[in-house]
Write a protein that binds this ligand. Structure first.
Ligand SMILES: *Cc1c(COP(=O)(O)O)cnc(C)c1O
Length: 369
């Protein structure tokens, strides 16, 4: 007789549910036997891989019999130069997701509380629960972070606060003043992770420079990723900038080769590809305008977004509309699990993909235009 393995797992792990990823296109293709599928479900870059990265990776292939540089020197150096920080402040991750988990594992124990906002990125409760620590989800304000309420939720047990800016899945954005006033209220022994996965998409005039705040707030950790605007989601590479002592601690818990050789090379290359980044942002801005106008014309409420996705209230079960859209070959993201059962999150695609989405939604919801 086999043993009850679930009862062997750590208490926090027993109650975990696996992360629900966006549905892969080839899975839908297999299920429905249709092709020409449009996936707008995982906030991926619709431009495709940068040509500069394709070229660089060709030259990298013969080196793959070797382990990667465990310190990721060249990528760290490129990041340190770009953001005018010391190389000791940079920590690399297997996606920024890796960093969120490393930070929690390195600093949070079962008796600690971790604060995040309702409707914030699901990885925050996941990593908290995996440790068996206490999750404190603070009710949202206008779908975004209520920073006053989050500051008020800090107790002696609070160890870590996660803030996503722009937030996923709502796209809401916190202005610089709001963030710095919040940081002033946080005790210096409570870590604040500012997750800026969508930083490059946010309006340059409004997004500010959180990395520069680390001098005044050494308990601030800024995390960013190459998965979104830089178009490397499949390679898994992200980074954090922090006080060097925090980076040192993260380096003790990370796996020695958490960033693979292709990811390191690709990230270093695309970081210097200003043209690709600019094209990504421009395409995103156009698509955002296009979809916003479409929702407005059709009286569908949407949440103003600073990311590469837009979250819309479809006026009925998002899960049902999601399934109906699948039949049309369009994959979006239902967000019932985020406490938003009538909303769908739609990643901004190419002009053609956005067009396909609009047609499919019009069909499913019987819209006029
Ligand atoms: C996409 C995303 C990430 C990071 O993803 P990685 O691919 O692991 O770098 C982190 N935070 C938020 C809020 C995201 O939406």
């Amino acid at each position: 007789m086999s043993c009850d393995f679930l009862s062997l797992a750590n208490t926090g792990v027993q109650k975990l549910h696996p992360y629900q990823a966006g549905k892969p296109s080839d899975e839908l293709e297999r299920e429905l036997g249709i092709s020409n599928i449009v996936k707008l479900a995982s906030n991926e870059n619709p431009l495709g891989l940068a040509q500069s990265v394709k070229d660089a990776l060709q030259n990298e292939l013969t080196g793959l019999t070797r382990y990667p540089d465990a310190n990721g020197y060249y990528l760290k150096k490129a990041l340190a130069d770009k953001y005018a920080v010391d190389i000791e402040q940079v920590t690399l991750g297997n996606g920024s997701n890796d960093l969120l988990e490393l930070i929690a594992r390195a600093f949070v124990a079962r008796e600690h509380e971790v604060i995040f906002a309702q409707h914030a990125f699901v990885v925050y409760p996941l990593v908290t629960q995996a440790i068996g620590a206490i999750a404190v989800a603070v009710p949202a304000k206008d779908y975004g972070h209520d920073l006053d309420a989050m500051a008020a939720a800090i107790t002696d047990k609070t160890k870590l606060i996660f803030i996503a800016n722009p937030n996923n899945p709502t796209g809401t954005f916190l202005e610089q003043d709001a963030l710095t006033s919040f940081l002033k209220k946080v005790p210096s022994n409570v870590l604040v992770v500012l997750d800026e996965a969508y930083f490059e998409y946010a309006e340059p005039a409004r997004r500010g420079d959180a990395i520069a705040w680390i001098t005044e707030f050494p308990n601030l950790i800024v995390s960013r990723t190459f998965s979104k605007a830089y178009g490397l989601a499949g390679l898994r590479v992200g980074y954090s900038i922090s006080h060097p002592d925090i980076a040192d601690i993260l380096n003790r818990v990370r796996q020695p080769f958490n960033c693979n050789a292709l990811a390191l090379k690709a990230a270093e290359t695309v970081l210097n590809d200003e043209e690709y980044l600019q094209r990504s942002v421009t395409l995103n801005n156009q698509g955002m305008e296009d979809l916003s106008a479409f929702f407005t014309d059709n009286d569908l409420d949407f949440i103003a977004s600073m990311g590469n996705f837009i979250t819309v209230n479809v006026g009925k079960s998002g899960d049902e509309v999601f399934h109906a859209l699948l039949q049309q070959g369009v994959i979006v993201r239902p967000i019932t699990g985020y406490g938003l059962p009538n909303h769908l999150r739609v990643s901004i695609g190419t002009h053609r993909e956005n067009q396909r989405f609009k047609e499919a939604l019009s069909h499913v919801l019987n819209l006029e235009s």
